[in-house]
Design a protein around this ligand. Structure first.
Ligand code: 6GU
Length: 230
């Protein structure tokens, strides 16, 4: 098996999409193994409490360290990379997706509320690799959806997961495209609701088509993501 992934959450049902589509097929074919765990299984009180009020005051609740510590004791090892999705993390990128795909075991620790007591990451860092990662400059209610995003980005890069290996190299953010956005694509019919497919794409002139696509990539990148050209 290429890669084992465990997810710990107080809403394990959020991870149901992992059984679908590309990630689901990667599980069925044995390329990855996925385990989803309920953090409350590592509580010991009647109410299965996972949160408490923040020291120093302030709004909201903080996830208690003890259930996380016990969960990681059971699920993780020194060979684990622990991923903590958080809007305070470093930006998750295509390059990090490649790196995480070469780990042998990933554990996603999905926090809710105002986050997880900071000692959980600090203590885990003494015994495994820990990466606190954000999927963008916006705030989600918890780490579950961010974990789904990261897992899909990681798993689709694994050998054998995508049918056509060429489609991986050409797309936006792939190495070898200079970090430009993708050019626009078209299929039949040649005319649709008054909108035409650009003539050059019918020409069969491969060098001209490549040049046209390069120009469109530069144009769309300058328009939408000028930061990528800097
Ligand atoms: Cl990784 N988690 C949460 N809760 N919100 C986010 C995020 C992660 N990335 C952007 N917003």
């Amino acid at each position: 098996r290429e890669l084992n992934i465990d997810v710990v959450s107080i809403f394990p049902d959020y991870m149901a999409p992992l059984t679908l589509s590309l990630v689901g097929k990667a599980i069925e074919s044995g390329i990855i193994g996925v385990g989803v765990h309920d953090l409350r299984d590592w509580t010991h009180d009647r109410h299965r409490t996972v949160d408490d009020t923040p020291y120093g005051g302030g709004a909201g609740m903080v996830m208690k360290p003890e259930p996380w510590g016990e969960a990681l004791d059971e699920i993780a090892s020194a060979r684990t990379t622990l991923v903590i999705p958080t809007p305070s993390g470093i930006p998750f990128t295509q390059s990090i997706a490649h790196e995480l795909g070469s780990a042998e075991h990933l554990v996603f620790a999905c926090g809710r509320y105002e986050g997880i007591d900071a000692r959980v990451a600090a203590e885990a860092s003494t015994r495994m690799t820990v990466r606190e990662l954000s999927i963008g400059d916006f705030v989600l209610n918890g780490g579950e959806v961010a974990a789904l995003v990261m897992i899909e980005a990681i798993v689709r890069l694994l050998p054998g997961v995508i049918g056509n290996p060429e489609s991986l190299e050409e797309e936006s953010y792939a190495a070898g495209t200079d970090g430009l956005l993708e050019y626009p694509v078209y299929t039949k019919p040649p005319s649709w609701r008054g909108h035409e497919v650009p003539e050059v794409l019918f020409s069969g002139h491969h060098a001209k088509i490549a040049q046209w696509r390069r120009e469109r990539s530069l144009e769309v990148t300058r328009e939408r993501r000028p930061d990528l050209l800097k």
